[in-house]
Ligand binder design. Structure first.
Ligand code: FES
Length: 127
């Protein structure tokens, strides 16, 4: 998991304040990576050279999803899988396809890619 230290990572100018998370290149194709910002947890998935970013909370019970550090996907890397009860989610939109929260969605985190870095508006941190 990548820990982001807010005071170091903030850009000092411009509005809204943008927060740089991790580089796109730090995520291997077909894999996932956890990100922590001030005890708030997200994860990113790279699939077909696209990045998807979600809060690390299962819509079933709100628990973290990963099986082990940076491992959020099922065995063949096709779907996101919750480690608690095995719910399966589409990578592209976070929709639950199977398990106790069928039809619900993971909550996506809006982001941009700025100079190869996954970057979010700090106001998205849900404080
Ligand atoms: S907490 Fe994720 S499926 Fe139950």
């Amino acid at each position: 998991m990548s820990k982001i230290f807010l005071l170091i990572s903030k850009k000092l100018s411009g509005s809204p304040r943008m927060l740089t998370l991790i580089s796109v290149d730090s995520i291997e194709e077909g894999s996932s990576k956890g990100v922590e910002v001030d005890n708030l947890y997200m994860f990113a998935v790279k699939k077909d050279e696209q990045i998807f970013l979600y809060w690390n909370r299962c819509p079933h019970l709100g628990t973290p999803l990963e099986w082990e550090e940076d491992r959020f996907l099922d065995a063949d890397g096709a779907l996101i899988q919750c480690s608690t009860h095995g719910a399966l989610f589409q990578i592209e939109d976070g929709k639950c396809l199977a398990g106790p929260c069928v039809g619900k969605h993971l909550q996506a985190v809006p982001f941009i890619i700025d100079n190869g870095m996954i970057t979010i508006d700090e106001t998205r941190l849900n404080r």
